[in-house]
Design a protein around this ligand. Sequence first.
Ligand SMILES: [Zn+2]
Length: 228
Amino acid sequence: MTARVTKAWKSMAGQTDRAVKQTSAGWRSGALMLLAGLLLCAEPAMAHHATGGETPTTFLDGFLSGLAHPVIGLDHFAFVVAVGLLSAKQGWGPLFPVCFLLAALGGTSLHLNLVDLPAVEIAISLSVLIIGLLLWSKRSLPLIGAIALGIIAGLFHGYAYGESIIGATPAPLAAYLLGFTVMQGAIALGAGWLGDRLLHHTTGRAMTLAIPGLAIAGLGLVFLLQAI
Ligand SMILES: [Zn+2]
């Protein structure tokens, strides 16, 4: 009986292993196809208004616009995904994503207080390129360095988010801040969870996140070339 259970268990484990290896190969080709698609439809950073360029006037409009911005804006989306993946790769947990989220709120408030940040699109593109390379690299990174990057990048991404809400009344403004923070948090934590699964349930540990890292760096480079 025990022998039979052990045998069944081993065969199940073998099947799971194979399934995981196939998933890993699928993930790699999926990532490459996604990159090719993204490169074809890469858009400049300022065209991220969910409400067609109009300032949101209601709480719901503000919230939906906030939810949409980090997804429509591929440069933001790529960066936030990388924040989650890098955190998973380095085993940092949610601290690094949370620093980025708070800095993005700070960046929006800079914009709303009419403080000018220079070269916003270039800085955002560079942040995507750098975090992609960090994800790709086999070297490990000190948490403090990553937090510094997260804060600087967060200020610029948040500053760009501010563009869509400047001039709004307090209710849609608060809803917008909540919306993009919720969406960025969901993307970063989702990517962190996925990265953790990939790292601990596949073989070829360093390779697994190197490919999305390279894809994100490539995207950052495309945005940078568009921005300069
Ligand atoms: Zn944007």
